[in-house]
Design a protein around this ligand. Structure first.
Ligand code: NAP
Length: 355
């Protein structure tokens, strides 16, 4: 009777629970949690049947890659078991397109691409793509931000320095045999260190240019839609103005005759964003008549054509849209665009989706 008392029963139950708790605790601590996490986080290889099922139209999804895209893209796409065709802008049978910023992807083009799931632009700007039409047709659009930020900021600063210190003129002068001896006035340019830099578009590239300017002890002003220095004030106060906004209906001709007129006669304009942000005819006039001192341009309004009179100006440094043109940057851009395509065709979230 004593052995089966309710008190003893309670104590036995407590002991059993205590033991099993200790056992559970040991099991929990000994379990290889990192392996479990790694298992769920590991990227899955892309088996062909599920992909075919998702795409639903051909045994293997087909990707059109534009001629000139670095090979790095093809490696990523083939590793994901996708069929790659390199060539002209022809997407009649393609499930994905890896295109260039020079490709005009408008509503008519998209309507002729019935299988297309994604347009992966190898650029951060997507002004060459009709985003609204793509959205209407259920076609995703992606870009390649971040990987080109430093290269483009480097070029913006190179143009700023080249325009201020008349580097293109100096090179031509020496090659042309004009350099017959040092004189105090030869090649006089503008100071950069300690001057004021106005950055229009305070995004990734704009901020990266500001980082470089700090090394030159420059005062930096920012203008963006979301705040900063109002554009007229920035133009009036800056010795250098560098443009880093995307091209949109809002930013087309953001810098025209009136804005150039607000700048100092000693000021330099740098454009590595998109050509149509500047009214190029107005800029030619401003450079010719001394409204501003100089300009450094990587992009043009009607690229690759130049506005009339531009090529004859001695106070402008011209580059052929090479902002992101370094070997490593271009390879990374191609890879990023390819990864966007792989994600889209797998039905996964697209890392750099813009529409
Ligand atoms: P981002 O990070 O998106 O920055 C864009 C900035 O512009 C943002 O700060 C945005 O801020 C501002 N902005 C947008 N619309 C504006 C407006 N109407 N007025 C004032 N500010 C405005 O882009 P990112 O990566 O720096 O690239 C910028 C551009 O550089 C790209 O769109 C591309 O066209 C160009 N780019 C050129 C080259 C080349 O080879 N030359 C290479 C790379 C990029 P709020 O939204 O707050 O206004």
């Amino acid at each position: 009777m004593f052995l089966d008392s309710p008190r003893l029963r309670r104590s036995r139950t407590r002991r059993v629970f205590a033991l099993s708790f200790a056992r559970w605790r040991t099991l929990f601590l000994r379990f290889r949690w990192p392996s479990l996490v790694a298992f769920f986080m590991a990227p899955r290889s892309l088996p062909t049947p599920p992909l075919v099922h998702k795409v639903g139209l051909s045994p293997v999804a087909r990707v059109r890659v534009r001629t000139g895209v670095p090979e790095a893209a093809e490696r990523v796409l083939r590793a994901a078991a996708l069929e790659v065709e390199t060539g002209a802008l022809d997407v009649a049978g393609a499930d994905a397109l890896l295109c260039l910023l020079t490709d005009r992807i408008d509503a008519e083009f998209l309507a002729g691409a019935p299988r297309l799931r994604i347009v992966a632009n190898m650029a951060v700007g997507t002004d060459n793509v009709d985003l609204a039409a793509a959205a209407r047709l259920g076609i995703a659009v992606s870009n390649t931000p971040d990987v080109l930020t430093d290269a483009t900021a480097d070029l913006a600063f190179a143009l700023l320095l080249a325009a201020a210190r008349r580097l293109a003129w100096a090179d031509r002068y020496v090659r042309g045999g004009g350099f017959v001896g040092w004189t105090p006035e030869l090649g006089i340019g503008l100071d950069v260190t300690g001057r004021t830099l106005g950055i229009v578009g305070a995004g990734r590239i704009g901020r990266a240019v500001a980082e470089r300017a700090r090394g030159f002890r420059m005062e930096v002003l920012f203008h963006a839609r979301s705040g900063g220095t109002p554009l007229p004030e920035l133009l009036e106060r800056s010795d250098f103005v560098s443009l880093h906004v995307p091209l949109s209906p809002e930013t087309r001709h953001l810098i025209g005759a009136r804005e150039l007129g607000r700048m100092k006669p000693s000021a330099v304009l740098v454009n590595t964003a998109r050509g149509p942000i500047v009214d190029e005819a107005a800029l030619v006039h401003a450079l010719r008549t001394g409204v501003i001192a100089a300009a450094g341009l990587d992009v043009f309004e009607r690229e690759p054509a130049l506005a009339e009179g531009m090529r004859d100006l001695p106070n402008v440094v011209l580059a052929p849209h090479i902002g992101s043109a370094t070997i490593a940057t271009r390879a990374r851009m191609a890879e990023v665009a390819a990864h966007n395509i792989v994600a889209a065709l797998r039905g996964e979230p697209i890392p750099n989706r813009v529409a």
